[in-house]
Design a protein around this ligand. Sequence first.
Ligand SMILES: [Zn+2]
Length: 271
Amino acid sequence: MLELPEIETYKKLLSEQIINKLITEVRVAEEKLVNLDPAEFVNELTGQEVLFIERRGKFLLFHLDNGRRLLLHLGLTGSMHYGPQEDEEHQTGHLAIAFGTNVLSFNGLRQGYLHMLSVKDADSILSDLGPELLDRRMTLAKFKELFNKKRGMLKSALVQQNFVAGLGNVYADEIAFDAALLPSVKLQELSEETIERLYRSVQHVLTEAIEQGGVGEQHFSADDTLTGGYRQQIRVYDREGQSCPRCGAKIQKTEVGSRKTYFCGECQGEH
Ligand SMILES: [Zn+2]
């Protein structure tokens, strides 16, 4: 359940800790997570510094001082931990990057990966993604243009990474709830006013979720008080049978485009 707000939270926490710090050691325990021969990967990364970190969709892109890029995708269940070498989280890590006495370790990366790429290759992979929903360039006019052209169900469109980048089941359901729209509504049937309401909900839900650290469950470091702060704000996702915070009806669970979907059948409608 790592979507735009959770990855943005990692970006914030990582940036506070590792920027411009020398990478002193790299350990690859799971070879399939990296795209190079592990020895070559270790060799290329050791002695580098991360100049800055960029988020694109559900990806993080580490800009290294040798001009290369590290592209991270945490998959569905990945997590990162940062702290002193002796922390037990590091013992089971699939991959670890040491910055002097502190270590950044990656866990649970079942479908995730960390790839060393040229700028060109990284750009080419990321160019398949749709636009960023919180980018300054995503104005109401741009959003309307995008959604007016799109056909199909709201939920399916929101989670389609090459349409808009970064959303999954959690925030697609929360946004639909906030906009009082059924996740199964057809975009081609929405009025201009409704699309505008949807735009406000996208901005509102994602901005709040980022400010409150998303819904992640694994803490990044011992002093991380940010991660997971948005969990108690979740209004429909994974709340089947509980009362709708807006109207009191029972939250229902269904499938939309073969994805599990939570909604309130009373206060979420078709326009
Ligand atoms: Zn309701």
